[in-house]
Design a binder for this molecule. Sequence first.
Ligand code: RTP
Ligand code: MG
Length: 366
Amino acid sequence: MVTLQQVKPLQIETESFRIIEQEFPEQTGHRPDEYGPGRFKVIQRVIHATGDFSFAANLFFHERAIQAGLGAIRAGRNILIDVNMGAAGISRSILDRFGGKVICRIGDEEVGQIAKTKGLTRSEVAFEQATGDNIGIVAIGNAPTALLAAMRLIEEGKFNPDLVIGVPVGFVNAQESKEILSGKAYPFITALGRKGGTPVAVAIINALLRLAEEEEVFLNEQRSGGTAVMERTFAIVKPDAFAAGNAGKIIARIYSEGFKIVGLKKLFLSKVEAQGFYDVHRERPFFGELTDFMSSGPCIVMVLEAENAIKKWRDLMGATNPASAAEGTLRRQFGSSVGENATHGSDAPETAAFEMGYFFSGLELL
Ligand code: RTP
Ligand code: MG
């Protein structure tokens, strides 16, 4: 009989990475620390995307590959990828923070026309058209012709990316093109042999983005004195969730996710109090509806404390509209519409300070 594991949605990825790390020595004959932390994170995410431990042996890194990729991300340079499916999988929210963009020109009308008149593949033309786009990382998961074109453009001096991720999959020229890449003097990451593909390219990029993000958090901690910064945020169990009897479940979740509740009270806001609280939205079309709702019944206001509490709480709440909030988030579980979305959370340190002060005195937050 098949027995399914009971894992909360938000913990599935963490649990998968733990399993990969645990099984790694037995499956590959190597220990994670033999690869260096950056390389192991890349290998681990590729195994996560493919379910295939053989990538531990197939992935081949230029000695400066990780450094070059992180440098490109940190500098806000763009990522060029050969197919739209790959572009869709890249963690844009992280890339955004560093100022970079994902570029994929395969679908451009112009690209199709030039390919037809010159007798070239769309992917070759797509790369030629992108040489002026401040490309830091170029990634190829699908077409060997695109990888060959990228290498040619680099040799001709028309293209100067910091890192080439060349992992096309297939039986015609995929293996050959990657073998050529593996002999280059400039930074690359490749997957030797036939295996590869767009999910592999995306996993490598996303691993680099996470590494860049972790590095940023680490640097920020260093700057602020060596320890992670405790932060406070302001939260509300909105009237819809309170009336539905969900306050207890939401508070239990707050504890299980590791927040400390430093202030808590039940209030029944007047219309004027709700207007003052949501003053930033005074000019918005939904202001009347929002403040009517917030003053329609009792709610619970809280001050939560955790490392990165503001982001942590917003992540736990999910998107404003419950219909687009991720599985496992509070708004997905307890919200019913954009207006009646169960919870509120501050969106920045300044708003958190205002909102905590609006409902709590310092003496209530000891
Ligand atoms: P909140 O402030 O309540 O934590 O929500 P939020 O940051 O995710 O969203 P925000 O843009 O600050 O909007 C505040 C609240 O206004 C309601 N809203 N209604 N009808 C609409 O188009 C609309 N848009 C926003 C939501 O209840 C949202 O939580
Ligand atoms: Mg807001």
